[in-house]
Design a protein around this ligand. Structure first.
Ligand code: ATP
Ligand code: MG
Length: 181
């Protein structure tokens, strides 16, 4: 419970600061392909613990200009959700692609899905489709509102496609940066 409260407080602080425009984003070249592989590797145990296969597909260098810590937060929140809302035996697939001068990050799962009436609300603060289930997972419903803020602060967009009982795909598009190294 203490850990849960700790998370809640730090999430609330982030959001309060974004409201006051007090968060300055770093702007440095980030190899999103490499970062994605690294973050996924640190979360592999979470997936394994639930007997979920976590796959990562990156095939070429893909850089963005941005804040590494915040981008790690985006990756962690999306992968954490995918694992949390997928039943044992399922699969989570993370991809990084380049399409029309954007880096596309997709996080797909074969999980429980999100009903249409909920999809439009999931980026709202504290919104959880099933508070009972989420609470058991120690969650607060702030993850996606933080992700949404970070993505928009990087000049990007986030969208979601979902089918109840089949799975969900989150797509983040960020402006591609010129490769510097
Ligand atoms: P936390 O603040 O710990 O992330 P949370 O996971 O409940 O809590 P969000 O990450 O903001 O909050 O997600 C909001 C809600 O959207 C979740 O409670 C869940 O109902 C739904 N959701 C998010 N990702 C998925 C997913 N991949 N599959 C199914 N439902 C999802
Ligand atoms: Mg979450």
């Amino acid at each position: 419970e203490a850990e849960r409260l700790g998370h809640l407080i730090s999430d609330l602080l982030v959001l309060a600061r974004t409201d006051e425009n007090k968060i300055a984003l770093e702007r440095e070249p980030i190899h999103l392909d490499v970062l994605t592989v690294d973050v996924a590797a640190t979360m592999e145990w979470l997936a394994a613990e639930k007997d979920i296969t976590l796959e990562v597909h990156v095939d070429k260098p893909a850089s963005v200009i941005g804040d590494e810590v915040r981008l790690i937060q985006v990756l962690m929140n999306l992968i954490d959700n995918a694992i949390n809302y997928t039943n044992p035996g399922g699969r989570v697939t993370v991809k990084v692609d380049i399409r029309d001068k954007n880096v596309w990050l997709t996080v797909s799962d074969t999980g429980i899905g999100i009903a249409e009436e909920h999809v439009e609300h999931i980026f709202e603060r504290f919104y959880r489709v099933d508070p009972a289930r989420s609470r058991a997972a120690g969650s607060t419903g702030l993850g996606l509102s933080i992700v949404d803020w970070i993505v928009r602060a990087h000049g990007g967009t986030i969208s979601v496609e979902s089918q109840v009982g089949h799975g969900t795909t989150f797509t983040v598009k960020l402006p591609l940066a010129e490769q510097t190294s």
